[in-house]
Design a protein around this ligand. Structure first.
Ligand SMILES: [Zn+2]
Length: 293
């Protein structure tokens, strides 16, 4: 069935340098508009990099960013990329609760559709924050027309994280028979332990040989990787927040090397938006949402 090389996902969470989760010292939403914005500049760098290598990606846009930078969202759409929602105010799903989640989602979908001129069919929760306790989010997502989700990180995490035994995209089947296709982030198993390698701090921190070896293992196993990056990861000159030492290290390590790593991956592997990954990969077993919790 797979006579072409495996298609991996390439995703960008479109948010600004100060959209950090769970740090009290970060600017609060009512002060965001006063911050020096870097998101358009950094996202344009990402668009140029993708165009140069003829790669299409999924951009999960924060609704707040779409409201303030509609031209940027129009440029992303015009370049032929897939556009999804990353929520409106970058809040963890569990903190929002059901009603708050629905309101935040609706605000983001309105802003993103207006800016992009398209219906939004893809979603990623801030911080991958859908875990076993937040599966109520899926019926809400389905009721708003979301068909593809990339919020599940199949490993233990500070928030979110779900220990499902799946290695490829699968259908999340809801009680009413509707379904959403999940394109999960799947760690590489090494001697029974999971190694995350394809996005954010992991991609910045790990040496290229280990990342490359992990992509080759993923291709042997038929498990697509899902690269996730933020515009700020192509912006080494961004303002630095006064984070505690460990957090500071994780947030800012390796910014100088991201572009070279991405270009190395583009030269050796195939990437596309999440909906295309779902179409190109044989589905894993479905998950019934009632049975998860
Ligand atoms: Zn985010």
């Amino acid at each position: 069935m797979l006579d072409r090389p495996l298609l991996h996902g390439f995703t960008v969470d479109v948010e600004d340098w100060f959209h950090i989760l769970e740090y009290q010292g970060a600017p609060q939403p009512d002060a965001w508009a006063q911050q020096p914005s870097r998101v358009a500049l950094a996202t344009d760098r990402m668009l140029a990099l993708l165009a140069q290598h003829n790669v299409h990606a999924t951009f999960f846009v924060l609704g707040w960013v779409a409201e303030r930078h509609p031209d940027l969202i129009a440029r992303i759409a015009e370049a032929g990329h897939e556009i999804g929602s990353h929520g409106h105010l970058h809040r963890l799903v569990g903190d929002l609760g059901r009603d708050g989640f629905a309101r935040d989602l609706d605000a983001s979908l309105a802003a993103i559709s207006k800016a992009s001129g398209r219906d939004v069919q893809c979603f990623r929760a801030p911080g991958f924050s859908i875990g076993d306790e937040q599966t109520w989010a899926f019926p809400i997502l389905a009721s708003r027309g979301i068909r593809y989700d990339a919020s599940l990180f199949l490993a233990n995490r500070a928030h979110g994280g779900m220990l499902l035994h799946r290695s490829r995209p699968f259908d999340l089947v809801l009680d009413d028979g509707r379904s959403i296709t999940e394109i999960p982030t799947v760690p590489r198993l090494i001697a029974g332990r999971g190694l995350s390698y394809a996005g954010g701090g992991y991609l910045r921190l790990l040496p290229m040989w280990l990342i490359e070896q992990s992509f080759q293992a993923a291709e042997r196993d038929g498990t697509p990787a899902v690269v996730y990056l933020h515009p700020r990861e192509l912006d080494p000159e961004q303002p630095r927040m006064a984070l505690p030492p460990v957090r500071r290290f994780k947030y800012y390590v390796g910014l100088d090397g991201v572009q070279a790593k991405v270009e190395a991956l583009f030269s050796r592997h195939r990437f596309g938006p999440v909906s295309e990954v779902a179409r190109h990969t044989p589905r894993d077993r479905p998950v019934h949402i009632g049975a998860v919790s």
